[in-house]
Design a protein around this ligand. Structure first.
Ligand code: NAD
Ligand code: WQD
Length: 337
C-alpha cells in the first residue's frame, strides 16, 4: 500500500513509518518539523536501508495536500501530526484547536476530495477523563478531558464519527494510546522532547544521564499501592505494530472503530524510577512534590478488544521499555540535535 504518515518525523510516527517500510509498504511522510528533526528519517534509512519520501508541510495547507494526493497515489492515511504538550495547551488553547482540530478537518477534506477513505487517528486515553472504572475499556463513556489538548483529541474523534456516518466509504480506526515510552532497540531512534520533558520517562532518563538533577514525583498521597500515580506504559514498537494491525482490520470494516492501545498493566511512578535505575545502573534522585493539577490517580487499559479484533497484544514488558529508553538516551544525550 501507499501510506501517508502525517507527523511521521515525530516519536510514534517515525517508529511506525519504519515498521510500515519493513512490512513492504511505500511511505510518504508529511511533517512541518515543529517538534522534530529530519535526522530521524536518516536513522530509519541507516536501520533498514530505505527511507520514506519526505514532504515538509503543514496539515492545514489544503493546496499542498491536494498536490500531495495528486502526486502520490495514497491508499491510506495514518494521522499522527499534532501538538501534544498538556500545559502548553492550557496556555495556548487556540493554537491547539487550530493545529489539532482544524488541521485534522483540512486533512479529512483533502482525503475525501482525493477519494482516500482509509484513515487511522492517534487519539489518547486522555479522552476518558476521570474514568469511573478501571481497567478502562472502549465501552467506558468518554469523559471530560481536563485540558484543551485532551478536548482537541475528543473533538477530532467526534468529527471522525460524524464523517464515518455521512459516507459508507470511510474506514476509520481511532487508536487511544495509553502512555507510549521506550525506543527502537538499536538506540538510533527514540523520543526527543523539546526543552524540559513534561512526561515521566523522558524526565527520568534525563536525570539518569545527568542532564537534570532530580525528578519531582507529583504526589504520594493518591489511593494507589505506594501513593504515586499509576499509568499503563506501552513500548513504542508495540504501538507501531498495532497501527499495521489496525490498517489490516480496516480491510474488513467500514465506519469508525475505537481501539485502546495499552498493556493492561499499570506501574506507579516509584516503580518506574526503580525499574529505570535497574536498567541503567544509574541513580535517579527524586523528591516528593505536590500533585500536578489535572492528574488522576490511576489509568490503565483493558486491551482485550484490540487483542480480539486486531490480533494484537503488547509483547514488550517494562524491562525492555526501560532498557531501550536508556540505550537511546545514553547514545543520544542531546537527542537528534
Ligand atoms: P511528536 O511531537 O513527537 O510527533 C508529532 C509530529 O507532528 C511532529 O513531528 C510534529 O513536527 C508534527 N506536526 C505537528 N503539527 C503539525 C502540523 N500542523 N502539520 C504537520 N506536522 C505537524 O508526538 P508523538 O508523541 O509522536 O505523538 C504522535 C501523535 O500521538 C500525536 O497526535 C499525539 O497527540 C498522539 N499521542 C501521543 C501520546 C504520547 O504520550 N506521546 C499519547 C497519546 C496520543
Ligand atoms: C505519568 C505519571 C505524573 C512527570 C500525559 C498526557 C496524556 C498522554 C500521555 C498524549 C503521572 C507522574 C510525571 C514528572 C511525575 N499524552 N510524573 N513527575 O500525565 O499520564 O499523560 O502523557 O496524549 O494526554 O496527559 O503522563 O508521563 O506526564 O505522567 O511524578 O516529572 O508520572 O504525575 O502520575 P500522563 P506523564
Amino acid at each position: 500500500m501507499n501510506i501517508l504518515v502525517t507527523g511521521g518525523v515525530g516519536f510514534i510516527g517515525s517508529h511506525t513509518a519504519l515498521i510500515l517500510l519493513q512490512a513492504g509498504h511505500n511511505v510518504v511522510v508529511l511533517d512541518n518539523l515543529c517538534n522534530s528533526s529530519v535526522e530521524t528519517l536518516n536513522r530509519v534509512s541507516q536501520l533498514i536501508g530505505r527511507k520514506p519520501v519526505f514532504v515538509q508541510g503543514d496539515i492545514r495547507d489544503c493546496e499542498m495536500l491536494d498536490r500531495l494526493f495528486l502526486k502520490h497515489s495514497v491508499d491510506a492515511v495514518l494521522h499522527f501530526a499534532g501538538l501534544k504538550a498538556v500545559a502548553e495547551s492550557v496556555a495556548q488553547p487556540l493554537r491547539y484547536y487550530d493545529n489539532n482540530v482544524h488541521g485534522s478537518q483540512v486533512l479529512l477534506q483533502a482525503c475525501a476530495d482525493a477519494g482516500v477513505f482509509n484513515f487511522v487517528f492517534s487519539s489518547s486515553a486522555t479522552v476518558y477523563g476521570e474514568p469511573a472504572q478501571m481497567p478502562i475499556s472502549e465501552a467506558c463513556p468518554v469523559g471530560q478531558p481536563t485540558n484543551p489538548y485532551g478536548r482537541s483529541k475528543l473533538m477530532v474523534e467526534e468529527m471522525l464519527r460524524d464523517v464515518a456516518a455521512s459516507d459508507p466509504r470511510w474506514r476509520i480506526a481511532i487508536l487511544r494510546y495509553f502512555n507510549p515510552v521506550g525506543a527502537h532497540k538499536s538506540g538510533l531512534m527514540g523520543e526527543d522532547p523539546n526543552g524540559i520533558p513534561n512526561n515521566l520517562l523522558p524526565y527520568i532518563a534525563q536525570v539518569a544521564v545527568g542532564k537534570l538533577q532530580q525528578l519531582a514525583v507529583f504526589g504520594d498521597d493518591y489511593p494507589t499501592a505506594d501513593g504515586t500515580g499509576v499509568r499503563d506504559y506501552i513500548h513504542v514498537m508495540d504501538l507501531a505494530e498495532a497501527h499495521l494491525r489496525a490498517l489490516e482490520a480496516l480491510y474488513t470494516r467500514t465506519g469508525a472503530h475505537v481501539w485502546n492501545l495499552g498493556t493492561g498493566r499499570g506501574y506507579s511512578v516509584l516503580e518506574m524510577v526503580r525499574s529505570f535505575e535497574a536498567a541503567s545502573g544509574k541513580p535517579v534522585p527524586y523528591r516528593i512534590a505536590p500533585r500536578r493539577p489535572g492528574d488522576i490517580a490511576a489509568c490503565y487499559a483493558d486491551p482485550a478488544k484490540a487483542e480480539r479484533e486486531l490480533g494484537w497484544k503488547a509483547q514488550r514488558g517494562l524491562d525492555e521499555m526501560m532498557r531501550d529508553a536508556w540505550l537511546w538516551q545514553s547514545m543520544n544525550p542531546d537527542g537528534f540535535r
